[in-house]
Design a binder for this molecule. Structure first.
Ligand SMILES: *[C@@H]1O[C@H](CO)[C@@H](O)[C@H](O)[C@H]1NC(C)=O
Ligand SMILES: *[C@@H]1O[C@H](CO)[C@@H](O)[C@H](O)[C@H]1NC(C)=O
Ligand SMILES: *[C@@H]1O[C@H](CO)[C@@H](O)[C@H](O)[C@H]1NC(C)=O
Ligand SMILES: *[C@@H]1O[C@H](CO)[C@@H](O)[C@H](O)[C@H]1NC(C)=O
Ligand SMILES: *[C@@H]1O[C@H](CO)[C@@H](O)[C@H](O)[C@H]1NC(C)=O
Ligand SMILES: *[C@@H]1O[C@H](CO)[C@@H](O)[C@H](O)[C@H]1NC(C)=O
Ligand SMILES: *[C@@H]1O[C@H](CO)[C@@H](O)[C@H](O)[C@H]1NC(C)=O
Ligand SMILES: *[C@@H]1O[C@H](CO)[C@@H](O)[C@H](O)[C@H]1NC(C)=O
Length: 900
């Protein structure tokens, strides 16, 4: 029997969710709450565990404003320069103490800390990604006990560690000044972005960010289960690697190990009695095998390829002395491979994922922590909302990026349920890292624990050693070229000999990439630091270009897999309003400057807008500021649309030298960490930018994709990710700007090839426009093109698409449309889905609807209106009065700001 005392100020749901068999000693009965104080006791306040110091000081009223308000990223920095001691008392009963083993387990302490029980030092922590357990049997006693966790200032500790190493390790001096950040976070195993990033503020928090549990048991506790699913002719073999832990003993343990999997029709069970000897003092493991007839299992698929079937599994360790420890999880049956094979023509290797033997075009984005405070980043509602938004936008893969956190169990469970494959970085990004024994030891424990915790999730597609560190080393980002060989050796020691070896030793069923971008196995063959880690012939690339026109497909590179790309835009006026005063809201304010961490960020946004749109408003005027925000979001959405469609169209392309066969487009970045200009498609408050609505379309399973390249030819490609061929009809319409009636249209029938790109139309653009009636002068912009794709019986199978033959700033005879909400009604059989009828009197570009402060999203937004009436829906989680919604909706479109 296991008894557990939860030492956090935890709500009851937390207990119920995690533990299946236990004696609960409620913390109130136990008469203890956590307190936190600084070194000299000038601050002493109630604390929350799991939690963190910024939240505690906010709750206590010492930090009086929202931490993201105005300049608080700088004003509140003092907090992270203090040492903070968390403490509490608790009682234990005699029953509890009778157990043979008593462990005090900290699931996560952030970061450099010493732990005391009853004033006895029981250990030190230095890695926020590691679970620390202490055998406290000999220290704990009946009656009142006390715990103290003294956490040192991360800023000072990082500096101290840097200085200790500085003579033999000169690694990046600091983040750029624009970040308003702190230095040397690479010396701490802490969320790297907590010292600031180009999209986020520095809040170097401290705290006990995960729960604290006192475990009492007689024999052993079941800690982790890893699994492997192996398919054969008529059955699935499910191999379980079960890890149990006990005290610091070298003797054997005995007991029953059992596992049962619930399928739709059956309970498949195996039980065996075993006597195990430890692989390390106190650590044991055993393998269980469950064999399940294939007829009882349906496969797990990524979003868009099929259902996400998951089967409950319960694994139990029990012993005749009434010892019992249980772990439950959900199993998805699927295979996964990363295919790197020579291409048919020219140089290079493919780079794509196969799930259940089906090649998958990876569509998605990059995930950063959802909040800068680790304890808030795991808030279930926020995580659920963001992952659901990714699913709705037709994504099937997210990359959990290496400067953030290994995410919560819930995050990966939801990824499993929503069919979002996870490219999982280990937490190393944009830096060189130490490789002293102590650091390597800490990383080894981190990697072992994280792989064991996460490995069973079918969503995890690949492990990756780091973000951009191979490229940084090769391209001398941090001034390491003078001593290249030495840094290279350190790179290999950390990512190859340590992280890769440990990961593959535990999980040999998944691919491992040492870095991103990298050349995959070609990088390995070139000694792990390739001559050009960003080669388009191998592996993945990160591609950013703020100089060329982002609406021009010739700006982009043909690649195997683009795992990062993008452009910045502003967050909405409403989000900025929440953290500013009115005079902050203009481009040339101190506030606006403080929020932009990306060097040259604003000039780049302005220059990119200027390629295509005519912006003639006063950037320094608060009233005109929303127009700049809107223009920046149009530019961002159009650029990602152009780039992503370019990647998707290159799926079957293979140039004579061997470039092409693109199979991945993961844009930077899905979510925001605060209210600031960034590459995100979803703002910090959850609001979708224009880009997120566009993503839903440009990631659609079937897409009609028109484009014009440098040769002047209008081409239309039909992109299909679905696995069957189908017949379809392509319709091309030509409109003049001043009429809702097309001046020309043609239709053609095509076979839409499965999982492929079909070229459906080619015509010289100039000639085509002339035929359509747009005149002979191609440098003027009298017309634009509009595209739909239907099945033979007229059903729409792709989002509509459009193409502007010339930059919009040249368009002629365009006058502002008058767009109105004709009606708002509740959708049939629904509480929270509203139908909205819109009317326009003219062609309308980038029609943008806002529901002011009513949270929710539209079925479509930022769209072109080429019909006098359209109907869209608005989905909200809240009970909203129809009239209130109607009143809240505001509409604007490009024409409102267009000046000829
Ligand atoms: C306590 O420490 C704070 C921060 O280090 C310092 O500003 C303050 O003067 C100290 N107070 C006393 C009473 O020592
Ligand atoms: C925090 O603790 C460290 C190590 O004991 C010490 O050097 C430092 O002065 C302390 N900082 C403060 C603000 O008390
Ligand atoms: C475990 O045992 C080893 C060797 O007997 C000893 O060095 C170590 O301190 C013990 N650890 C604990 C947590 O009891
Ligand atoms: C890593 O694994 C490889 C292959 O299994 C082995 O040759 C090498 O010695 C290992 N390196 C370390 C440092 O364990
Ligand atoms: C922007 O406006 C502020 C407030 O009116 C003014 O002080 C500042 O000089 C202006 N800056 C620029 C660059 O126009
Ligand atoms: C497309 O095929 C349908 C059904 O076979 C036929 O009725 C229609 O005329 C064809 N359209 C064109 C443009 O060829
Ligand atoms: C085309 O139109 C542009 C803009 O009105 C004008 O400057 C140019 O001379 C025209 N070219 C021809 C060949 O008519
Ligand atoms: C623009 O509109 C005016 C007035 O309706 C018309 O005279 C002119 O020809 C139009 N220009 C173009 C390029 O269509």
């Amino acid at each position: 029997m296991i008894s557990k005392i939860q030492l956090g100020l935890i709500l009851p749901w937390f207990w119920i969710q995690i533990y299946s068999y236990e004696i609960l000693l409620d913390h109130n009965k136990n008469d203890g709450t956590w307190m936190v104080r600084n070194e000299n006791g000038t601050y002493k306040v109630a604390a929350t565990v799991p939690g963190g110091i910024y939240t505690d000081l906010s709750v206590a009223g010492i930090l009086t404003q929202d931490i993201y308000y105005r300049f608080n990223d700088i004003e509140y920095r003092w907090v992270s320069k203090e040492n903070w001691t968390y403490s509490r008392t608790f009682e234990v009963s005699e029953d509890f103490l009778e157990k043979q083993q008593i462990f005090l387990v900290f699931y996560g302490i952030d970061t450099i800390a010493s732990v005391y029980l009853n004033d006895q030092h029981i250990g030190d922590c230095e890695n926020m990604f590691v679970r620390y357990s202490y055998n406290v049997k000999s220290i704990i006693h009946t009656g009142t006990n006390n715990i103290k966790v003294k956490i040192l200032s991360p800023i000072n500790e990082a500096k101290k560690r840097f200085e200790k190493q500085a003579t033999n390790y000169i690694v990046p001096a600091c983040v750029p000044d624009e970040y308003h950040g702190e230095c040397h976070v690479n010396f701490l195993r802490k969320m790297q972005a907590s010292f600031a990033w180009d999209w986020g503020p520095a809040f170097p928090s401290v705290g006990i960010w995960k729960s604290v549990v006192l475990e009492a048991f007689d024999i052993a506790v079941l800690r982790e289960v890893m699994l492997q699913t192996v398919e054969s002719n008529n059955k699935w073999s499910l191999y379980l690697n079960v890890f149990v832990e006990t005290g610091n003993q070298t003797s054997n343990i005995s007991g029953n190990f059992s596992a049962s999997l619930t399928t739709y029709t059956n309970l498949v069970t195996v039980t065996k009695y075993e006597t195990l000897s430890p692989y390390a003092p106190g650590f044991f493991n055993t393998i269980l095998l469950l064999e399940i007839p294939k007829s009882q299992i349906q496969l797990w698929w990524p979003n868009g390829y099929g259902d996400q079937k998951l089967y409950p599994l319960e694994v139990v360790f029990s012993n005749e002395h009434n010892s019992k420890s249980t772990k439950t999880l959900k199993v998805g049956f699927r295979s996964i491979q990363l295919v790197q094979e020579p291409v048919a023509i020219g140089t290079g290797l493919t780079f794509y994922f196969k799930v259940n033997n089906v090649p998958i075009f990876a569509k998605g984005s990059n995930w950063i922590p959802s909040h800068v405070l680790p304890e808030k980043s795991a808030e279930p509602k926020r995580i659920e909302y963001l992952l659901e938004s990714a699913r709705i936008a037709n994504m099937n893969m997210l990359r959990v990026w290496g400067g953030g956190l290994y995410e919560s169990d819930l995050f990966y469970q939801l990824a499993d349920e929503k069919g979002l494959l996870i490219w999982q970085d280990f937490m190393f990004a944009c830096s060189m890292y130490p490789t002293d024994d102590n650091f390597l030891q800490s990383v080894s424990t981190e990697v072992t624990q994280q792989v064991r915790r996460l490995q069973h999730h079918p969503s995890i597609a690949i492990w990756a050693g780091n973000n951009e560190n191979e490229a940084a080393l090769r391209d001398n980002w941090y001034g390491t070229s003078n001593d290249f060989n030495r840094y290279k050796q350190d790179y290999i020691t950390l990512y190859v000999d340590t992280i890769r070896n440990i990961t593959l030793a535990q999980d040999n069923v998944r691919p491992f990439a040492v870095s991103s971008p990298s050349n995959g196995i070609e990088s390995e063959e070139e000694g792990y630091v390739a001559n050009n880690p960003s080669s388009t012939f191998y592996g993945d690339i990160h591609y950013y270009n703020y100089i060329s026109n982002g609406w021009d497909p010739d700006t982009f590179k043909v690649t195997r897999f683009s795992s990062e790309y993008g452009y910045q835009s502003m967050p909405s006026f409403l989000s900025l309003t929440e953290v500013s005063i009115p005079s902050d809201l203009r481009l040339y304010s101190e506030f606006t400057r403080n929020r932009q961490h990306h060097p040259y960020g604003y000039p780049e946004i302005i220059a990119e807008i200027d390629y295509n749109l005519q912006y003639s408003h006063n950037l320094n005027d608060t009233e005109q500021y929303p127009i700049f925000i809107y223009f920046s979001q149009i530019n961002q959405a159009m650029s990602y649309k152009t780039e992503t469609e370019f990647y998707r169209r290159s799926r079957n392309l293979l140039t004579s030298d061997g470039q092409g066969l693109t199979m991945g487009a993961l844009y930077w970045q899905l979510n925001d960490i605060w209210q600031a200009p960034s590459w995100a498609s979803i703002e910090f408050n959850g609001k979708w930018k224009i880009l997120h609505y566009f993503a839903k379309d440009f990631f659609a399973p079937i897409l009609v994709s028109p484009y014009k390249r440098a040769d002047g030819v209008l081409r239309v490609d039909l992109i299909s990710d679905i696995l069957t061929d189908m017949q379809c009809v392509l319709n091309i319409f030509v409109y003049k700007w001043n009429s809702l009636n097309p001046i020309y249209n043609i239709s053609s029938n095509h076979t839409l090839n499965n999982a492929s790109v079909t070229n459906a139309f080619n015509h010289d653009m100039k000639e085509f426009l002339q035929i359509a009636g747009c005149g002979a002068n191609e440098t003027t912009s009298k017309c634009f093109l509009y595209f739909t794709l239907t099945s033979l019986d007229g059903e729409e199978i792709s989002p509509h698409n459009f193409l502007f033959p010339q930059p919009l700033k040249k368009l002629m005879n365009f006058t502002a449309p008058d767009i109105t909400v004709a009606s708002v009604s509740l959708a049939p059989n629904s509480q929270n889905v509203f139908e909205i009828e819109l009317k326009t009197d003219k062609i309308a570009l980038f029609v943008w609807l806002e529901a002011y402060n009513i949270p929710g999203h539209f079925s479509s937004n930022g769209f072109l209106m080429v019909k006098p009436n359209i109907s869209i829906t608005f989905v909200t989680k809240y009970n909203v009065d129809i009239n209130k919604l109607h009143e809240a909706i505001t509409i604007f479109s490009l024409g409102d700001y267009y000046k000829e």
